[in-house]
Design a protein around this ligand. Structure first.
Ligand SMILES: Cc1ncc(COP(=O)(O)O)c(C=O)c1O
Length: 375
C-alpha cells in the first residue's frame, strides 16, 4: 500500500468542507469592527503609532531584527529594562517577555509541571494552555467550566505539585473565573494557580494591569500570563511571578529558549503602549460604557444572556446557520465572524462579538437591532 501525503491532506480538507467548518483567510477592511481583540483601539491609535515611531528614532535603533534567542544574540538592555517595568506594573517580583501569549503559555505550563505532577485546567481554557499541559510530562485533567465542585473532585485525585489553570476573562464566553473560590481550593489542596489574563490586560486594573491586580489578588497566584496583542494593541506577552519562576523559565522553558527574540521595535512598542494606557485611563471607562450600552439594548430588545466583559457570545447552533447569520451581518457592514465547531463545542457555535472603546453608540444600536432579526 502506498501513501500520498498530498491526497491525505486534501481528504482532510474535504472532510472539513463537508462538515461546513473549513477555515479560510479573509480581509474585510471597510466594515465596523466587532471582531478584533483591540478592545481599547490601541492597535489603530495614531497617537500611539507616532509615539512608538518617535521612540524608535530617539533610541537610535540600528537593528531590524534581534539576531537570535534571548540566551544568545537576542538580549538587549532595553528588553531587560522593559521586564523590570512590567514587574512593577504587574506587581510581581519579576517578569519575562515572550514572543506571544501562545508561546508564553506553552513555555510556562510545559516546563513547570513534571512527571508525577497534576495539571487541572478549565475545560474552556484556550488551546495554548491545554497544549502546554499536554506537552508537559504531568498528568492532566479538565474540570467543568467554572465548576468548583468538579475542580475539587479532580483535586482529590491529584498527586505531586498541583497546578490549577484558568483564565480571568474567558476568550469565547467573556465570563470571569470564580477566582476567590479557586484560591480557597488551592490553599486547601496545596495547589498552584496559573491565570491567563489575555483578555483582561489593559482593560482592568488602575494602570491596565489586569483583573487580578484590580482585585488585589495577584499575590495569591503562582504565575500570571499577560498578552500585549489584544487590549494593549501591540504584540508579545509576559509571565509575571517570582524571580525563581522567571530564572526557571529562562533555563527550562523551551519555547522561550529556542526561538528568535522579539525585535527591539516590538519591545519599545510594548513600553510605549503601557505609558499610553497609564495616561489614558478614560479608555477602559469608555469600553465599560459601551459594554453597559450593549447589555441594556440586548436586554430591552431580545433579552439574551450577556457577559460583563467586552466579549459577547451569541450562540447560533450549527456551523451552516452561524456562517449564514455572520454573512448577513457582514452585508449590513458589521465585521462579525462566526466561531465554528470544533473551535467551540458542537451545538455551541456562535458569533463572538467584541466590543471596543471606539464603537459608537449608533454602531452598537444598529448591531443589536440587526441581531434581533436572527434571535
Ligand atoms: C486566553 C488566551 N490566551 C492566549 C492567547 C494567545 O495569545 P497571543 O495571541 O499573544 O499568542 C489567546 C489568543 O487569542 C487567548 O485568547
Amino acid at each position: 500500500m502506498t501513501f500520498n501525503i498530498e491526497a491525505t491532506l486534501r481528504q482532510k480538507l474535504e472532510e472539513r468542507k463537508a462538515a461546513g467548518n473549513i477555515r479560510m483567510l479573509s480581509t474585510r477592511p471597510s466594515m465596523v469592527d466587532f471582531v478584533s481583540n483591540d478592545y481599547l483601539g490601541l492597535a489603530r491609535n495614531t497617537e500611539l503609532f507616532e509615539r512608538i515611531n518617535q521612540r524608535i528614532s530617539k533610541e537610535k535603533l540600528l537593528t531590524n531584527g534581534s539576531g537570535g534567542s534571548r540566551l544568545l544574540a537576542g538580549n538587549h538592555s532595553l528588553t531587560e529594562q522593559l521586564e523590570r517595568r512590567l514587574a512593577a506594573i504587574f506587581n510581581s517580583e519579576a517578569a519575562l517577555v515572550f514572543n506571544s501569549g501562545y508561546n508564553a503559555n506553552l513555555a510556562l505550563i510545559s516546563s513547570v509541571a513534571d512527571k508525577g505532577d497534576t495539571i487541572i485546567y478549565d475545560q474552556l481554557a484556550h488551546i495554548c494552555l491545554k497544549e502546554g499541559a499536554w506537552l508537559s510530562k504531568a498528568t492532566s485533567f479538565k474540570f467543568m467550566h467554572n465548576d468548583c465542585k468538579d475542580l475539587e473532585d479532580k483535586l482529590k485525585l491529584a498527586t505531586g505539585n498541583i497546578f490549577i489553570i484558568t483564565e480571568s476573562v474567558f476568550s469565547m464566553d467573556g465570563d470571569f473565573t470564580p477566582i476567590e473560590e479557586i484560591i480557597h481550593l488551592s490553599k486547601k489542596y496545596g495547589a498552584n494557580i496559573i491565570v491567563d489574563e489575555a483578555h483582561s490586560t489593559g482593560c482592568y486594573g488602575s494602570i491596565g494591569n489586569g483583573w487580578l491586580c484590580e482585585k488585589e489578588l495577584e499575590d495569591e497566584i503562582f504565575a500570571r500570563v499577560y498578552t500585549f496583542g489584544k487590549g494593549i494593541g501591540v504584540h508579545g506577552a509576559c509571565v509575571a511571578g517570582s524571580q525563581t519562576l522567571i530564572d526557571f523559565l529562562i533555563n527550562f522553558g523551551r519555547p522561550f529558549i529556542y526561538t528568535t527574540a522579539l525585535p527591539l521595535q516590538s519591545i519599545l512598542a510594548i513600553d510605549e503602549a503601557f505609558l499610553f494606557i497609564e495616561k489614558h485611563r478614560e479608555l477602559p471607562q469608555e469600553l465599560n460604557v459601551r459594554i453597559a450600552l450593549y447589555k441594556r439594548l440586548v436586554k430591552d430588545s431580545f433579552n439574551y444572556p450577556t457577559s460583563d466583559s467586552a466579549i459577547q457570545p451569541v450562540i447560533i447552533s450549527g456551523n451552516e446557520k452561524v456562517i449564514s447569520v455572520a454573512k448577513q451581518l457582514n452585508e449590513y457592514g458589521f465585521d462579525v465572524r462566526p466561531i465554528l465547531s470544533p473551535t467551540v463545542k458542537s451545538g455551541e457555535e456562535r458569533l463572538r462579538i467584541s466590543l471596543h472603546a471606539f464603537n459608537t453608540d449608533e454602531e452598537i444600536t444598529q448591531l443589536v437591532n440587526s441581531l434581533a432579526n436572527f434571535l
